[in-house]
Design a protein around this ligand. Structure first.
Ligand code: HEM
Length: 428
């Protein structure tokens, strides 16, 4: 035990390696056991605490950018509070401009193009069994590029896919290496990051050399038109790369859980399919016409939040609850555990969409699949729209066959995904 009165208690770990080996052997099992033994807050090591209390988690999120940093990197950069704060400022001013300027017309035009992107992706899969996560990455990569770059999106999903694939082995490891470290994985990461930035820069230049449109058509138009403050090219590049990557793997993991849920629960498929068939409008339905689908989506995000582990780094001497933290200390939190805590969720492990239809409000701060506070997911609404329409298109136009889907166990790696889940999609 490492209790000093100001640090929470926690497992002592093994000589030299601490808790890393036990954690890597069974990540979720380890966190669960430690919470059971030590309570809602425990020390993972001398500089890392793990929290499960909804109010503490919310406090942590709300104080991000002021007391905590959410910047993360696939390579070791060493902790530097000033650089973290500068990075956050650059990001936040671009983030604010983007969302302030995004007009309804551009957002709606994007969502109406989603149906065609979904169909095209599924058509490429044919009707043979495919790796659903890979298929959904292909869809969400196209959706993200369309949202950011509209008519200039061609070719971008491929470079983003390579960038994400190059990050995966680095950030999935418990140990980070510096950017100069001579390793093939790091070289691949550097090249892939450069390719993404080059692709974005090329599109920025292309847009700048054309007449500005009267109304922004996509996020790039919004960012280039921003005044007060005007954004630098570096800010536009960073924000677009951040969004393209954030909107790639995470929504794809959620879509994969959604497909698996609908494929393994015929009762839910029937309910959602009946609702989808009842829509007789020409355009795609608004969410208000799809309450059953949306309730299933919310349950899928509750039980299988793809970002199953999130972290913040203290940027100044501070505290969380009664626990003192030094600059560089980390606070980790798992939405997966919060969402399955029987204190806040009756029958927590049961997938029951009715809990969202019965107008019962969940306990405050006990549902955080998109995070909260100033760094809450910028794609929260878009993510829910993508998933709910995904359930609509699937149940209206396809049959899904996924024998053995129940055997695809949850994998707690970078993202929470159903390991090896395969399915075949055929037109209904
Ligand atoms: C089901 C879909 C999605 C889920 C579950 C999800 C979840 C999350 C979570 C948990 C975070 C971290 C929040 C934090 O650290 O406090 C995040 C951040 C982010 N997400 Fe999403 N997301 C989804 C879809 C999207 C989409 C479609 C976009 C693109 C428009 C997007 C863009 C981002 C960005 C840019 C960030 C970083 C925000 C920042 O640090 O300021 N996400 N997302």
């Amino acid at each position: 035990m490492t209790s000093t009165g100001v640090r929470p208690p926690g497992p002592a770990g093994r000589w030299l390696v601490g808790n890393t080996i036990d954690y890597d052997r069974d990540r979720m099992g380890f966190l669960r056991r430690c919470h059971d033994e030590y309570g809602d807050v425990f020390s993972f090591d001398e500089h890392t605490i793990v929290v499960r209390d909804p109010d503490l988690v919310h406090d942590l999120f709300a104080r991000t950018n002021d007391d905590f940093s959410s910047e993360s990197s696939a390579v070791a950069t060493g902790f530097d509070a000033r650089r973290s704060a500068d990075d956050a400022q650059v990001w936040m001013s671009a983030r604010r401009s983007g969302w302030r300027g995004l007009n309804r017309a551009a957002a709606t035009a994007h969502t109406t193009r989603l149906g065609a992107l979904f169909e095209r992706t599924l058509a490429e899969a044919g009707d043979r069994p495919v790796d659903v996560l890979e298929l959904m990455k292909s869809y969400s990569g196209r959706a993200a590029a369309d949202f950011c770059l509209g008519a200039d999106a061609d070719g971008v999903p491929e470079v983003v896919a390579e960038n994400a694939a190059a990050i995966e082995p680095l950030s999935g490891s418990s140990q980070l290496f510096p950017e100069w470290f001579p390793s093939r994985k790091i070289k691949r990461f550097r090249l892939a990051r450069k390719a993404t930035l080059d692709a974005i820069t090329e599109r920025i230049h292309r847009r700048r050399s054309a007449p500005a449109p009267d109304e922004p058509r996509d996020l790039l138009d919004v960012l280039l038109a921003a005044r007060d403050p005007e954004l630098t090219e570096l800010q536009v590049q960073r924000l677009l790369r951040g969004i393209l990557l954030a909107a790639y793997g995470v929504p794809a993991a959620s879509m994969t859980w959604l497909v698996r849920t609908l494929a393994t629960r015929p009762d839910l498929w029937e309910r959602v399919a009946a609702e989808s068939a009842a829509w007789d409008g020409e355009d795609q339905p608004p969410l208000s016409a799809l309450p059953q689908a949306e309730a299933v989506v919310k349950e899928v995000l509750r039980l299988w939040p793809p970002t199953w582990l999130m972290g913040r780094t203290a940027i100044r001497p501070t505290s969380l609850g009664r626990w003192a933290l030094e600059p560089g200390d980390q606070v980790m939190f798992s939405p997966y555990l919060l969402h399955r805590d029987p204190r806040w969720w009756p029958d927590a492990d049961v997938l029951d969409p009715d809990r969202w239809l019965a107008n019962r409000t969940p306990r405050k701060h006990s549902y955080l699949p998109f995070g909260a506070g100033p760094r809450v997911c910028v794609g929260t609404q878009l993510g829910v729209v993508q998933l709910t329409l995904g359930a609509f298109w699937l149940t209206r136009g396809y049959r899904v066959s996924a024998p053995g889907a129940d055997r695809s166990a949850p994998e707690f790696h970078n993202l929470l995904v159903p390991k090896g889940f395969r399915a075949a999609f055929s037109r209904a």
